[in-house]
Design a protein around this ligand. Structure first.
Ligand code: FAD
Ligand code: DLZ
Ligand code: SF4
Length: 513
């Protein structure tokens, strides 16, 4: 009797349900580097290197813990290069009698898992992924019959459900949400603690060679590579965040600073999303610092809300929205994604900074993703599939369950409001308030029209005017439409002509993408 446990690249957790259900004595854990996963979008080089290195280190950790691991490397000549063929091959090779696996985080791969039983003729059990803090079915129950899905309602439920940051039945600090204190612009001359850097070991160096050889033409910088790729390193990175950045995380959560790619953010999403860190332990570590008096309530609450609230909420949305979610296109947008999302070649300093950070680290922080990269794509009417695939490719924390709701829902409003109550559209004034980008930009953030006018300004108004039929009755946008109506007809025409002229001059798709 041999149990085969196929374990996916984002399931690198020692307490995974399939491992808990298996017996070391008669189990083969199967891990597979396959071209199908490495190429379904053109991933950033650093994302592939990070994941392959984390997978190889995790396989070693499992072996050290007494598991038998069959690890199929990408350059193994017998590798069939997709999950189906590798599961079938391994089932034969090990004369497996059953398969136990944990459900994947996306529809495409769940489809594959559902084929494995028929493909091998073996009973195949697909277990729920209980590393998340709220079950899929519980989220569906919560969402059922609600007129609107409000993240804040869900978040409060999660605080009660987990007991995190609760004093009995009351929220710690006397309030559920301290967001009003968390929107400070960056301060001039402020120092940002450096991120911990982990020197590549022999395993990582081998992966870096492989990625350079096989994916050298992909987007992004492979070196320097300093990611945490083991559980011990990820725990050090968590501890470093809690000590040095969490105390100011809340205050400057929405700030953007030229040349500063990390600010006070945790950079823990890639470790959490591949399973090396668990969301519960991250929240507990943050809460412990608050209880010990080293972190203020606005910081710890703001941080925990991102994980307990947003992370679980987007995952729930992903499952209730169904496999066609990524095809939604509320604004019928068709523009090709401009080439500078890949090249960074633009005079708009905010976009240049965000694409630059993305290229260097396979990471950009939330406001760069939302209010610069996502906002711009929505304002110019980018085809949602193209911007979705870009986000899925370039970030080391991007898997469809988390990326698609954030992109299709939160940033593009392509789902028509399932995820959020209004589009996150903003003009240059928002970016200017929350960053130091505009001072040295070739464009003038104060101007709406003219050769030097900041493109975000005319694009913002043009977007609202263009979509008045779909957005004009949205209560949360009434003030914006009042603002538009206060411009006289000549000004409105000039703004719209400015936006049209700008969009006509945009570059098309990048070659090769
Ligand atoms: P921090 O700012 O330190 O936040 C702490 C943690 O909270 C993160 O690690 C993450 O786990 C969680 N979190 C915060 N916001 C969100 C959110 N909106 N959704 C889910 N989790 C959240 N996050 C991803 O993990 N993968 C993605 O592919 C992804 N794509 C995004 C695309 C767009 C357009 C937008 C607007 C946001 C996206 N996010 C995504 C959410 C967020 O930007 C990242 O989680 C965050 O920038 C990761 O950096 P960090 O670990 O330093 O986060
Ligand atoms: C993202 C990714 C990449 C690049 N490569 C692999 C791989 O070779 N093997 C693997 O098991 N997983 C990989 N992944 C992550 C999978 O795409 C991920 O497990 C699915 O998206 C399911 O959520
Ligand atoms: Fe971006 Fe406009 Fe500011 Fe330039 S002026 S950085 S384009 S918001």
């Amino acid at each position: 009797m041999t149990c085969l446990v196929p374990l996916l690249g984002d399931q690198l957790s020692a307490g995974l349900a399939s491992l808990r259900a298996a017996d070391k004595a008669d189990t083969i854990v199967l891990m597979m580097e396959v071209a199908a996963e490495a190429t379904y979008v053109p991933h950033h080089k650093k994302k592939i290197a990070f994941l392959f290195s984390a997978m190889r280190h995790f396989a070693d950790a499992l072996r050290a813990a007494g598991w038998t691991v069959d690890y199929v490397a990408l350059d193994d000549p017998a590798n069939g290069q997709d999950f189906d063929s590798e599961v079938a091959r391994a089932a034969g090779r090990h004369a497996a009698t059953r398969i136990v696996t944990v459900e994947a985080g996306e529809w495409r791969v769940i489809d594959a898992q559902q084929r494995w039983g028929a493909l091998t003729g073996l009973p195949c059990t697909i277990l729920p992924d209980d590393r998340f803090l709220f079950a899929r079915a519980d989220f569906a129950d919560w969402a059922h019959n609600r007129k609107r899905l409000v993240m804040e309602d869900f978040y409060r439920l999660m605080r009660r459900h987990t007991g995190i940051l609760m004093d009995g039945i009351a929220p710690a600090g006397g309030q559920w949400n301290f967001d009003a204190e968390n929107r400070k612009p960056p301060k001039k001359g402020m120092a940002y603690p450096p991120l911990p850097a982990f020197a590549p070991d022999a395993i990582t160096l081998g992966v870096l060679d492989l990625v350079a050889a096989r994916f050298g033409a992909n987007f992004g910088e492979l070196l320097p590579f300093a990611h945490a790729v083991t559980r011990d390193q990820a725990l050090l990175a968590l501890d470093d965040f809690i000590r040095h950045r969490l105390p100011r995380f809340g205050d400057f959560q929405d700030a953007m600073v030229a040349g500063e790619d990390h600010l006070f953010h945790s950079q823990l999403s890639s470790a959490m999303n591949c399973g090396v860190l668990l969301p519960l332990e991250v929240c507990q570590a943050a809460e412990a610092a608050y209880r010990a008096g080293t972190v203020p309530i606005n910081a710890v609450e703001g941080f925990i809300r991102q994980i307990l609230g947003w992370r679980e909420y987007v995952r729930g949305i992903h499952w209730i929205a169904g496999p066609d979610y990524t095809a939604r296109n509320h604004f019928a947008a068709t523009r090709d994604l401009p080439a500078f999302y890949w090249t960074g070649e633009t005079d708009m300093r905010c976009l240049g900074e965000a694409v630059g950070a993305t290229s260097r680290h396979a990471h950009a922080h939330h406001i760069q993703r939302l209010m610069v990269l996502g906002n711009f794509a929505m304002l110019i009417g980018t085809d949602p599939v193209q911007i979705h695939e870009w986000f899925l490719a370039v970030y080391d924390d991007a898997y469809e369950w988390v990326e698609a709701p954030n992109v299709i829902g939160m940033s593009q409003f392509a789902d028509g409001g399932l995820m959020g109550s209004k589009p996150y559209a903003g003009g240059g004034a928002y970016i200017n308030r929350m960053s130091d980008y505009c001072g040295k930009c070739r464009y003038n953030v104060k101007q709406r029209t003219g050769p030097d006018a900041c493109p975000f300004n005319s694009l913002y108004w043009d977007f609202l005017a263009r979509h008045r039929d779909l957005l004009g009755r949205n209560n949360r946008l009434l003030r914006m439409y009042d603002g538009w109506d206060r411009f006289d007809a000549a000004e409105q025409a000039a703004i719209r002509a400015q936006a049209d002229g700008f969009m006509a001059g945009l570059p098309g798709k990048a070659e090769g993408y």
